[in-house]
Design a protein around this ligand. Structure first.
Ligand code: 1PR
Length: 555
């Protein structure tokens, strides 16, 4: 008897388990159809595709017991896909029927005016209470139940909160009797999400007086949605010379301390690896300081097998127990062979990280090879074999971030006739780049090897392969504090529909405002200024807020 969780094998259900443990609630996993009879309350957290969830539940003989459980009147809480399966169907997976308990269908967001997936913190406004802006919650999805302010159908009675993305209004939570479902992820929504889970566990039934009894028209589409710009704290992690995993930080990717050479005026690199702290402690510190997401990059894993790299898995596991915002893990996501000859696919490697508590994985070098292969094939779609495609199929596009490490290649614009002439950027008059022209080349292996494919080509290719988001670093700006590379970010943003995260070069709060205003990116990531405590995350957000940029200021 008691609280049960339903896991359909995709995505980071560990996050919910960690949230429940943090709140002091014990639970059991549903492992067989008869477990539904033992459950007195049930949570179904899900990410990934609608069809994958229905297919899994059907194959395991869990779909009908789930329907019976819900119809029995016992408390049910579905998260993301766990909410969507309550609906009739989804255009994501034609041919699959949902439970049909909520009389509506799930559709894709229109991407003509905005990035899709919808990723980030948005408000969920109670339909019953006009214009009350409630807490911000974390969303990550491409499909949703659209709603309209003048809906007169039965469906409107299910709508508990509505959220606006671009000019579209959708149901961010449904609530009726024993049934509650959220499109957002409370387990990834900081203290607001933890409070919501706790409240539901204490009082799972909605009071009759609060039940929507008639059609509500609380929400009119406003000129702007409430999606906030995300501030991401990044930790580059590697082993120091003593073999311990430490957070480090490079200048243009060189993470070793500068040492004096024999000449008194010259300084060379080659000292000890810079040690800026312990990964889990810093991850928690940034979570507590208001980071909207945390990113851990295993920056030397391209040299070794990450499945043998147990300390990094342990770091992810420990961080996920203390951090209740999304966690991205990067480094070494590719097919690998252990020293004993055992082969692991990139999907195996990613799965290991998801099981440890990661919400997204970030792919660097392997994404460049996959993009090169796609371009070389002359096709517009992949063959399904790349790490991006395989991980996106199993865990959803939103779980796959591609991290690119471009560098500027300067050319003489008057004579350049190479393959990237249509992508050349010219330095603005009176800027530090005046008179220069360049294109952005992709690199692999932490910037050690430059490839002939451009950052633009890569961005378009990885979007076609199914990446959910692009993290754009800059070798030229990394660790310099000179500000983000606006030319690079404008270029990438103009070439893809998926969200873009700016990275490298933040030196002060003004740089974040500049990158949001000038390029339209959805998120900005920084490392050095936070590690060196030059600017606090809170200060960045307060500054942005004072300049009318939407940010999540509660923690
Ligand atoms: O190729 O899939 O194994 O992934 C390797 C990952 O490790 C890639 O995401 C790559 O960007 C990263 N990486 C590899 N070597 C380094 C290095 O620094 N030597 N770090 C490295 C990249 C860039 C950002 C940094 C921002 C912000 N570091 O992570 O945090 O530039 O810094 P700033 O705010 O201080 O300017 P694979």
């Amino acid at each position: 008897m008691g609280l049960y969780l339903l896991d359909y094998g995709a995505g980071n259900v560990q996050s919910l388990a960690n949230s429940l443990s943090k709140l002091g609630h014990s639970f059991t996993w549903i492992s067989a159809p008869e477990d539904f009879h033992k459950a007195t309350s049930l949570i179904f957290p899900g990410v990934g595709a609608f069809g994958t969830a229905i297919e899994y539940l059907t194959r395991k003989g869990l779909l009908e017991p789930l329907r019976e459980y819900i119809q029995s009147g016992k408390p049910y809480f579905g998260i993301c896909i766990g909410m969507q399966v309550l609906f009739q169907s989804s255009s994501e997976s034609p041919g699959f029927n949902g439970l049909g308990i909520v009389p509506a269908v799930i559709d894709r967001f229109d991407d003509s005016d905005k990035s899709v997936p919808h990723i980030g913190w948005n408000s969920a406004e109670l339909v019953q209470t006009l214009n009350v802006e409630s807490s911000y919650y974390y969303f990550v999805h491409s499909y949703c139940a659209k709603c309209s302010p003048n809906d007169q159908t039965d469906f409107a009675k299910w709508t508990y909160t509505a959220t606006q993305y671009g000019q579209e209004l959708f149901v961010s939570s449904v609530r009726r009797g024993n049934i509650f479902g959220t499109q957002f992820h409370p387990e990834k929504s900081g203290s607001a999400g933890l409070a919501l889970i706790d409240d539901w566990l204490k009082k799972p039934e909605i009071e009759k007086s609060k039940q929507a009894s008639q059609t509500q028209s609380a929400h009119l589409v406003k000129s702007k949605d409430n999606l906030t710009k995300r501030i991401i704290a990044c930790m580059d992690v590697r082993t120091d010379d003593g073999g311990n995993l430490v957070v480090t930080k490079g200048d243009q990717y060189d993470v070793r301390e500068k040492v004096s050479s024999s000449s008194p005026v010259q300084v060379q690199t080659g000292g000890a690896v810079r040690n800026l702290g312990k990964p889990v402690d810093l991850a928690f510190k940034y979570y507590a300081a208001g980071a909207d997401e945390i990113c851990l990059l295993n920056i030397t894993s391209f040299r070794q097998s990450p499945l043998q790299d147990q300390p990094m898995i342990a770091v992810v596991r420990a961080a996920a127990e203390r951090v209740f915002v999304p966690l991205t893990i990067g480094g070494g996501i590719k097919d690998t062979i252990d020293p004993d000859g055992t082969k692991h696919s990139a999907l195996d490697v990613a799965s290991e990280y998801f099981r440890a508590g990661a919400d997204k994985v970030s792919i660097g070098s392997d994404a460049v090879y996959a993009a090169e292969k796609l371009l070389g094939s002359g096709r517009s779609r992949g063959d399904g074999k790349s790490s991006i495609e395989m991980i996106a199929l199993a865990y959803g596009n939103q779980a796959v971030v591609v991290s690119i490490d471009p560098r500027r290649i300067f050319v003489d614009a008057s004579t350049y006739d190479g393959p990237h002439k249509d992508e050349l950027v010219h330095g603005l008059t009176e800027s530090r780049d005046e008179g220069k022209s360049w294109w952005y080349a992709c690199t692999v292996s932490g910037g050690r090897e430059t490839r002939s494919i451009s950052a633009c080509q890569l961005a378009r290719a990885v979007e076609a392969l199914g990446a959910g988001e692009i993290l754009v670093n800059s070798i030229d700006r990394d660790g310099t504090g000179q500000g983000f590379d606006l030319d690079l970010l404008r270029l990438i943003k103009g070439n893809v529909k998926i969200p873009v995260v700016a990275s490298s070069g933040a030196g002060k709060a003004e740089h974040f405002l500049e990158v949001f205003q000038e390029t339209g990116v959805e998120a900005a990531l920084a490392a050095g200024i936070f590690h060196r405590e030059e600017v606090e995350i809170r200060e960045v957000k307060e500054f942005l807020k004072s300049k009318d940029t939407k940010v999540r200021t509660s923690i």
